[in-house]
Design a binder for this molecule. Structure first.
Ligand code: PEP
Length: 255
């Protein structure tokens, strides 16, 4: 049985006080309201929040993730943060290849492959994001686009390494738009992704790897999406900025 992950990607939002309040509220609600937590709950705040939030969530089931990292552990890379630094801070997961970084920071699959490896060599877990644009889907290229992102950015890993990674399928047209992939569209792509993992790494790895859905997941559509066999949780942007919405998505994970 794969343990679900409900991950909140705060992106470049919230000042320090707002971030600390949100993390405290989420921690409190998870402790007070959820007796049988069936998911890993992970917050991905901006870098400057990480150290403070790590202290705030101590003693709870809430975990910490980072939105990005460099592919080197140290060096002359002004403005960058390394996976080694994130490890020291107590981070567990690192997003790699979010579509906004692919689009605005021109990160390609080759760079992302190096980041994935760097994250793993620091004993952290990459959450490798893939997804097609609307144009690619309209041209019926959604399967080949996702397959290429996996082949070039992730499938260089050894079986022992891929087991430590998480894949997030996030159709770009659904991110921040309020348009969610239908359950059928999401289920079809998750099934396709798991089959690709199986072809490359075998059934056991395919059965174990977690594949999250991201793209306008909200409390009112979460239960349906999360009830699909191949959907092992959610990567949530907008709805993760409001404690009640986010915790209600955590509660939508079936027991
Ligand atoms: C995201 O940023 O990964 C995301 C899925 O955002 P939203 O939930 O706002 O669509």
């Amino acid at each position: 049985m794969r343990k679900h992950i409900i991950a909140g990607n705060w992106k470049m939002n919230l000042n320090l006080n707002e971030g600390y309040s949100l993390a405290s509220e989420i921690k409190g609600m998870v402790i007070d309201e959820i007796t049988n937590l069936n998911a890993e709950v992970v917050l991905f705040p901006p870098f400057i929040h990480l150290a403070g939030i790590k202290k705030l969530i101590e003693g709870s089931a809430v975990m910490l993730g980072a939105q990005n990292c460099h592919y080197k552990d140290s060096g002359a890379f002004t403005g960058e943060i390394s996976p080694k630094m994130l490890k020291e801070l107590g981070v567990k997961y690192v997003l790699v290849g979010h579509s906004e970084r692919r689009q605005y920071n021109f990160e390609n699959n080759q760079i992302l492959a190096m980041k994935v490896s760097a994250v793993l060599s620091n004993n952290l877990h990459p959450v490798y994001c893939i997804g097609e644009t609307l144009n690619e889907r309209e041209n019926k290229n959604e399967f080949i686009v996702n397959q290429t992102q996996l082949n070039e950015g992730l499938f260089h890993l050894l079986p022992s390494q891929i087991k430590e990674t998480v894949i997030a399928y996030e159709p770009v047209w659904a991110i921040g738009t309020g348009i969610t992939a239908s359950v059928a569209q999401a289920a079809e792509m998750h099934n396709f992704i798991r089959k690709l993992v199986e072809e490359k790494y075998g059934t056991q790895v395919a059965d174990e790897i977690r594949i999250l859905y991201g793209g306008s997941m909200k409390p009112d559509n979460a239960a349906q999406l999360l009830s699909c066999n191949d959907i092992d949780g959610g990567l949530i942007g907008g709805a993760s900025l409001e404690s009640r919405s986010f915790v209600n998505i955590v509660k939508a994970v079936k027991s």
